[in-house]
Design a protein around this ligand. Structure first.
Ligand code: BGP
Length: 473
């Protein structure tokens, strides 16, 4: 049965402040850790940055009008902490509140449900400088105060909230791979910072319950469901270790407030386990989310990795197929190319069934509703004569993933919404502007008055139809 999307399903699309807004130092905004990081040579693809991004800060009305034309039911966007608190804490910047108030009102005016992400990676630089950001427990208080400000100002109109976006990514890339700020490579520091981020997440959810009692909140997790490379029990064990140290390491804590047992034992042996103080577990248990936000792009396949085996690898940030390096955790698991799956130009496995598998795993382990907060295809789109963009590959990708969603709903998954990544083209953190995800093409190249012009891609009209028919083929 293919027309089984629930009534009121949130047909959405998503973005994040740093990737679309631009206006990086406008109207009193403070600097975020990304504003500095992108200026370090070699850190981003060809030195691209989000100073101007796709100028959404100045063109939000035009963008919302396009969303309305498409019939979008929900728009997920993030708030830049440093627009609200330029110094991370202390004095509030009224212009920052005004911008998001206007954006929210504009969306509601067009019957688009706002879904607000409170943290999509752009920590105020002031807090990084002052006490080391996520490595200091002071951030639990500062993050809570920031969140309270958002809940109090927008909670009357915003029902759906995402707390931390992809904690597993911003911590993993920030403190182990050194590909995100603060650019550290240290397992112990990574797990300590991660624990503090989990506490901050729980405390903010606790505050949310008091201020927005009818609202719904949850983190967005970057879900890469795993497979064992073979049925050799050693590879199956490696796959289970990977589940334990990735999926369970974060989601068990969000839902149950406790770390997975085998994962914790492994980390203790390595000397990487986080410091869990008295009271931490209680706080974590009080921060149970209403739904699990799932950002899904790919799956992973894993095999045994000996103690002297491969460690941290490298990403493909160029779009040249086959440039991703093998990687793993010595003594646990390492990645293997899955011969059954095609990949994107960035070597991400295209795997709609993996989305169904991942949602079923979440449903049976945690019994929570799911919001797909991101899913989409990054490609080198081409603007053809007449401002036409024939992105049939994107339509194919999203269609297959939507079919997987339908099957998952039939399996019993409580799926409340699906947000594509992304509505307009935007900045890819590590891949610059060449990796496009939008339904709307943004022409950043022209130097005349048409610079930043928006053009509707073929997928725009296709998704409009899907929404209109509530997913019916
Ligand atoms: C997720 C992030 C998004 C977005 C997306 C696409 O991890 O939450 O912000 O960037 O991935 O990734 P990329 O830009 O690397 O292709």
């Amino acid at each position: 049965k293919l027309d089984n999307f629930p009534e009121g399903f949130l047909w959405g699309s998503a973005s994040a402040a740093y990737q679309v807004e631009g206006a990086w130092d406008t109207d009193g905004k403070g600097k975020s850790i990304w504003d500095d990081f992108v200026r370090i040579p070699g850190k981003t693809f060809m030195g691209t940055n989000g100073d101007v991004a796709v100028d959404h800060y100045n063109r939000y009305k035009e963008d919302v009008a396009l969303m309305a034309e498409m019939g979008l039911k929900a728009y997920r966007f993030s708030i830049a902490w440093a627009r609200i608190f330029p110094e991370g804490t202390g004095k509030i910047c009224q212009e920052g509140l005004d911008f998001y108030n206007n954006l929210i009102d504009e969306l509601i005016k067009h019957d688009i449900e706002p879904i607000v992400t409170v943290y999509h990676w752009d920590l105020p630089q002031a807090l990084q400088d002052l006490y080391g950001g996520w490595e200091n427990r002071q951030i639990i208080e500062d993050f809570n105060n920031y969140c309270i400000t958002l809940f109090e100002n927008f909670g009357d109109r915003v029902k759906y909230w995402v707390s931390l976006n992809e904690q597993n990514i911003f911590i993993g890339l920030g403190y182990l791979r050194a590909m995100h700020p603060p650019g550290v490579t240290d397992y112990k520091r990574m797990y300590e910072a991660n624990h503090i981020a989990s506490l901050a997440n729980a405390k903010a959810i606790k505050s949310f319950r008091k201020i927005v009692p009818d609202g719904k909140i949850g983190p967005s997790f970057a879900l890469n469901p795993g497979y064992p490379a073979t049925c050799n029990p050693e590879d199956v064990l490696a796959f289970e270790d990977e589940e334990e140290l990735n999926a369970h390491w974060w989601m068990d804590v969000y839902v149950w407030g406790e770390y997975p047992i085998a994962g914790m034992k492994f980390l203790k042996e390595k000397g990487w386990a986080p410091t869990v103080l008295e009271g931490d577990t209680e706080l974590l248990k009080e921060g149970k989310p209403d739904f699990m936000g799932v950002n899904y792009y790919r799956t992973g396949t894993f095999e045994k990795n000996p103690l002297d085996g491969v460690g941290i690898g490298g990403f493909n940030t160029t779009g040249k197929k086959g440039t991703t390096q093998e990687e793993g955790v010595p003594g646990a698991y390492k990645t293997k190319r899955n011969e059954y799956l095609e990949t994107t130009n960035w070597d991400w496995e295209i795997d709609p069934t993996g989305l169904r598998i991942g949602m079923r795993r979440i449903t049976s382990r945690y019994k929570l509703p799911i919001l797909i907060s991101e899913n989409g295809l990054g490609e080198f789109d081409k603007l053809e004569e007449g401002n036409i963009i024939n992105d049939d590959y994107r339509i194919d990708y999203i269609e297959k993933h939507l079919r997987a969603c339908k099957e998952a709903i039939t399996d019993g998954v409580d799926l409340i919404g699906y947000c594509t990544w992304s509505f307009t083209d935007l900045l890819s953190w590590l891949n610059g502007y060449q990796k496009r995800y939008g339904f709307v093409y943004v022409d950043r190249d022209e130097q005349d008055e048409k610079e930043m012009a928006r053009y509707k891609k073929k997928s725009f009209y296709w998704y409009k139809d899907v929404i209109m028919n509530n997913g019916k083929d």
